[in-house]
Design a protein around this ligand. Structure first.
Ligand code: ADP
Length: 536
């Protein structure tokens, strides 16, 4: 590996807002009550953390093609930035179509032998990879906070969650059963085999630098596929570290490949290749549609996890504390930068004022700062474009009558820090109700009846995450069934887990990730008919 340019790594200790942090989500609160030694260390010396990562071999800057770390063929590099400081962490290889084609060839060659391994063998490799991810949990979490900005506690949560997909895949590899179908004719026997789909192109975003990769690569490898991963150029370091650990786990060369750099060129190469039999993508709806259209040329299997516009419905009969804590977690996790973050908080008129005040108080108590600092509940946004989008949507809403009741501006910490924001009197005509804000802004809409709530919630092209807060069991069922969404949280704001299916209705995507259902995305179904069985 080329030595990362550590001389360019400059860090500054963050300033913190001295606010109590007692109103975080239950999950974050629990984590914060038992700070790890790492957390204490990180709050004082981010620079030494980067050096440690480098000396442990986990700070990789090159792509991985056929088991070899490689620079871009033309030597080009791009910078990866720490969003909390605006400073460059390291330069990485900026690859394109040529490197991608070589990665595809390597994956295609490796497929021949990997697809022939037994399920038990693949399971053992995956288990070893999982073990290594857990052994290096704290370093990987540091890497996520460094390049993505989320609070270190959330990064550690992401490692547990992300590694969980590898563990689950290791277990599920052994349960890819076929079927024997009762034959309609007495001299026939009918079998169904499940076989790997082939080489997979996996394109992932920056908001979960590890988990978005493992939930694609885990099941792909378990099924016998090989992969070419293209992580986001904003957060490639975690992906490269995970790939390094896959090598240490003994996963054969060419089974896992990583290229990054010129996204459209890499995407085009993946789409054009007839050797790539499946594209799995998490990211924007616009790019997802492009990949889907492009995949038509070679009729690839496609799974897409695209943008959401999650409604979070608070009924009059909700438990106020549960609703506030759940909304806080659903809205402000990762500074609002997840595709299942509550995008519209739809509140029944009887509880509206009380809920708005309680939510405002809770949000006010969130500590904003560098993710390495102890007690921080919200880090920076990923980049300037993300801040501009939030500003534009808030401006549009307030120009049409919405009121900012908390925040509503850039944070005094500068860079891409934004004040956690609550705005009231939002309606469905405002852009903030129709587009994903992907930032720390909670827009409150008002409704009268259950039918109104369902109509408002479903009035969108998206259909990924949704949340309901109510104490009525009957209403929970009725509304959960009526919502046109792939995921519904009832009295809970954080519901993603590797053991449950994740995916969207409508334009939020195709297919499911995680759980036993996620395995099917990487499998072909083959029907075999044995004839003339009665012949001696
Ligand atoms: P976001 O707005 O969340 O960054 P994107 O869809 O732009 O969403 O990015 C998600 C992933 O898709 C990233 O890895 C990005 O580099 C990649 N990407 C962006 N444009 C293309 C493209 N034309 N072809 C293939 N991948 C792309």
């Amino acid at each position: 590996m080329a030595a990362p340019n550590l001389s360019r790594m400059a860090f500054r200790s963050s300033k913190l807002l001295a606010r109590p942090s007692h109103l975080l989500s239950a999950q974050l609160l629990m984590q914060m009550q038992s700070p790890s030694p790492l957390t204490r260390k990180m709050s004082v010396d981010a620079h030494s953390v980067a050096s440690q990562l480098n000396s442990s071999g986990l700070l990789r800057t090159q792509g991985l093609i056929g088991g070899k770390w490689s620079d871009a063929y033309d030597g080009k590099t791009i910078k990866v930035y720490n969003p909390a400081t605006g400073e460059s962490i390291v330069d990485i290889a900026c690859m394109g179509g040529r490197e991608t084609n070589d990665a595809i060839s390597a994956a295609y060659d490796a497929y021949r032998s990997w697809s022939k391994t037994t399920a038990a063998e693949r399971s053992k490799f995956l288990r070893k990879w999982y073990d290594l991810l857990m052994v290096h949990k704290e370093e990987l979490a540091q890497l996520i906070t460094l390049e993505q900005g989320k609070p270190l506690k959330e990064s550690i949560g992401e490692i547990n969650y992300g590694a969980g997909f590898i563990e689950f895949a290791a277990e599920e590899a052994k349960r890819i059963y076929g079927d024997i179908i009762p034959a309609p004719l007495s001299d026939r026997r009918l079998f169904v085999l499940k076989q790997p789909v082939g080489v997979v192109g996996a394109i992932t975003p920056w908001n979960f630098p590890l988990a978005m990769i493992t939930r694609k690569v885990g099941p792909a490898l378990a099924c016998g596929c090989t992969v070419v991963i293209k992580p986001s150029e904003l957060t490639p370091l975690t992906a490269l570290a995970a790939a390094e650990l896959s090598i240490q786990a003994g996963i054969p060369a060419g089974v896992v490949n990583v290229v990054m750099g010129n996204a459209p060129d890499i995407g085009d190469a993946l789409i054009a290749s007839p050797q790539v039999r499946k594209i799995t993508f998490t990211g924007s709806t616009a790019v997802g549609k492009k990949l889907m259209a492009g995949s038509a040329e070679t009729v690839k299997k496609v799974s897409l996890e695209l943008g959401g516009n999650a409604p979070c419905i608070v009924f009059d009969d909700a438990d106020l504390d549960v609703a506030v804590k759940g909304t806080l977690a659903a809205k402000f996790r990762n500074s609002g930068q997840t595709c299942v973050c509550a995008n519209r908080i739809i509140v029944q008129e009887g509880i509206y004022e009380k809920f708005a005040n309680a939510l405002r108080d809770a949000v006010q108590n969130m500590k904003v700062g560098d993710g390495f600092s102890e007690g921080v509940a919200q880090g920076p946004l990923i980049n300037e474009a993300a801040v501009k989008k939030v500003e534009t949507l808030i401006h549009d809403a307030t120009s049409k009558g919405a009121k900012v009741i908390l925040g509503g501006k850039r944070h005094s910490l500068g860079f891409t820090f934004y004040e956690p924001t609550v705005i009231s009197d939002v309606n469905s005509e405002m852009r903030i109700s129709r587009e994903e804000a992907f930032g720390p802004v909670a827009p409150l809409l008002r409704f009268k009846t259950e039918e109104d709530a369902i109509r408002i919630a479903n009035d969108t092209n998206a259909g990924l995450g949704s949340y309901i807060f109510t104490n009525s069991i009957q209403r929970s069922w009725r509304v959960a069934e009526a919502l046109e969404y792939g995921l519904v949280g009832v009295n809970e704001g954080v519901i993603s887990t590797e053991v449950a299916p994740f995916g969207g209705y409508k334009q939020s995507g195709l297919g499911r990730e995680g759980s036993k259902y996620g395995m099917d995305e990487y499998l072909e179904i083959k029907y075999v008919c044995l004839g003339n069985m009665n012949k001696e």
